[in-house]
Design a protein around this ligand. Structure first.
Ligand SMILES: Nc1ncnc2c1ncn2[C@@H]1O[C@H](COP(=O)(O)OP(=O)(O)OP(=O)(O)O)[C@@H](O)[C@H]1O
Length: 123
């Protein structure tokens, strides 16, 4: 099969992100958190290093959620019935999202704390 041109592959990939936004509640919440982070990056005038850290963990959570959803969809496709092995695969896949979410909270607290404590010291 001929490979599609780069712009078509890119369009398909962005359609994937759009489908996640439309259908997946967890992704919608994580995307909302990403938008809040974008606002805080500008409002608190984060340094470039802190901005990169926040963007890396935010995109990390979103990308991990997409992979987790893809694994869940494949599981449901190959085995729609109850199967302990499918439960195991789905659980460890969800575990990846949880670990990434924990990292994002740790990074978020460490980064934002500097700015909030600096702001509070003015009083
Ligand atoms: N076919 C199955 N066989 C065995 N256990 C399953 C099966 N489908 C789901 N489970 C169990 O139910 C849990 C939730 O699975 P489900 O497919 O509903 O994901 P979800 O609620 O969309 O998860 P997430 O919130 O991570 O997107 C799994 O982690 C697994 O433990």
């Amino acid at each position: 099969m001929r490979k599609p041109p780069v712009h078509k592959s890119l369009r398909n990939a962005f359609r994937g992100v759009f489908l996640m936004m439309k259908h997946e509640r967890n992704f919608q919440l994580e995307f909302a958190a990403f938008l809040v982070n974008l606002f805080l990056i500008f409002y608190l005038k984060l340094s470039s290093t802190d901005t990169i850290l926040i963007l890396m963990v935010s995109f990390g959570v979103l990308a991990t959620e997409i992979l987790n959803t893809a694994i869940e969809k494949i599981c449901d496709f190959v085995q729609p019935d109850f199967d302990k092995r499918i439960g195991f695969i789905k659980d460890i896949s969800a575990g990846a999202v949880v670990l990434m979410a924990i990292l994002s909270v740790i990074v978020g607290v460490m980064v934002y704390w500097k700015y909030v404590s600096g702001f509070l010291q003015q009083f």
